[in-house]
Ligand binder design. Structure first.
Ligand SMILES: Nc1ncnc2c1ncn2[C@@H]1O[C@H](COP(=O)(O)OP(=O)(O)OP(=O)(O)O)[C@@H](O)[C@H]1O
Length: 325
């Protein structure tokens, strides 16, 4: 069963335009002109219950707009969305109780003067959580997100990484079945980002939640999403397994061998040498030839180590963004 069904979704913003200068400012009071920005165009995809999918694309591709539409913050210009059978922008209570949108740019909503614990208690009242379930959930989240030292601090006094941990606890306290994560590691240092990734991976496995994630950090995508949906100019450019995108965009693999006695001429007519340092050689090999090239090298050279690598996701996406899929 699909938890999220997006069908022919489009969203056009109407943005007021004004030329520079005082005269233009007055003129715009009488005659306001608008221009249209098509943020999302005819987007369609489905996410089965329990899947973690990465919604990727370059800046301005329409990801955040799509996330806002799927979580009911915006009403689309055209098309439909169903999340757990609900139309998000109707914002019905049973829908709101089963989804969460977490944004790295605004990890914690609500009153920033409240302490983390007060905010969690407020969330309990808002979502009508039974006392026992609340305490069990809170203990679990507090442990996983290391919230102990933060509970009695005001939200506004937290660092970015601490805010994200608190924001996740606030959003996950009521155990949403569908989680929209918009750049959850934005601006975090390497270990804070890694901690969030570890937590999300564990949360997804433990709860079987459906997760739609946007991120510009490849580590997030690689550790969490097997399926990628690539959008550009508001349209789906690719929807499928992560590895297949690499195979489609890069017809080569990298063969890394360590052969102390090898010289450059040994590779003539066998594989293209792209880098070498000491006894180690990086070879670019067409995907279909990897097996034959490997066995040729193993017979002709004294190979002490060998590894076959996919091009990095960063390289693959850079190519997809620049040249299309
Ligand atoms: N509230 C708004 N009013 C007008 N235009 C908007 C609004 N929000 C977004 N846009 C425009 O819609 C397009 C898509 O923006 P969106 O934020 O959805 O992209 P994104 O893929 O999330 O980008 P990024 O990776 O930079 O966060 C952009 O051209 C953006 O300028």
């Amino acid at each position: 069963m699909s938890a999220v069904v997006v069908d022919g979704l489009s969203m056009t913003y109407r943005v007021p335009v004004r030329e520079a200068g005082l005269k233009a400012a007055f003129r715009s009071l009488v005659h306001r002109r608008y221009r249209e920005v098509e943020a999302v165009r005819d987007l369609s995809f489905e996410v089965p219950a329990g899947e973690v999918v990465g919604l990727l694309g370059p800046n301005g591709a329409g990801k955040t707009t799509a996330m806002k539409l799927m979580s009911g913050l915006l009403h689309p210009t055209a098309g439909s969305v169903e999340v757990l059978g609900f139309t998000p922008w109707q914002r019905r209570t049973p829908f709101l109780k089963q989804i969460a949108l977490v944004r790295g740019s605004q990890p914690t909503g609500g009153a920033q003067e409240l302490t983390v614990l007060d905010s969690l208690q407020y969330q309990r009242v808002l979502y009508d959580l039974p006392e026992a379930g609340y305490h069990a959930g809170l203990d679990e989240l507090a442990e996983l997100l290391e919230l102990g030292p933060l509970l009695h601090r005001q939200l506004r006094a937290l660092s970015l990484g601490e805010k994200m941990r608190a924001g996740l606890a606030l959003s996950l306290l009521y155990r949403p079945k569908v989680l929209f994560l918009d750049e959850p590691t934005l601006g975090l240092d390497v270990s804070a980002a890694a901690a969030i990734r570890r937590f999300l991976a564990a949360y997804a496995t433990q709860t079987g939640a459906t997760i739609v994630l946007t991120s510009h950090y490849m580590a997030d995508v690689e550790s969490l999403c097997r399926r990628l949906i690539l959008v550009d100019h508001g349209r789906v450019q690719y929807d499928g397994p992560r590895e297949e995108l690499a195979a489609r965009l890069s017809p080569y693999k990298l063969l890394r061998i360590s052969a102390p006695a090898a010289v450059k001429e040994d590779f003539d007519g066998v594989a293209e040498v792209v880098a070498t340092s000491g006894v180690s050689w990086d070879l670019r090999v067409p995907r279909d030839d990897v097996a034959s090239v490997t066995s040729r090298l193993l017979t002709s050279l004294d190979v002490v180590d060998l590894a076959v690598e996919e091009p990095s996701l960063e390289t693959v996406l850079d190519r997809a963004y620049r040249e299309g899929v």
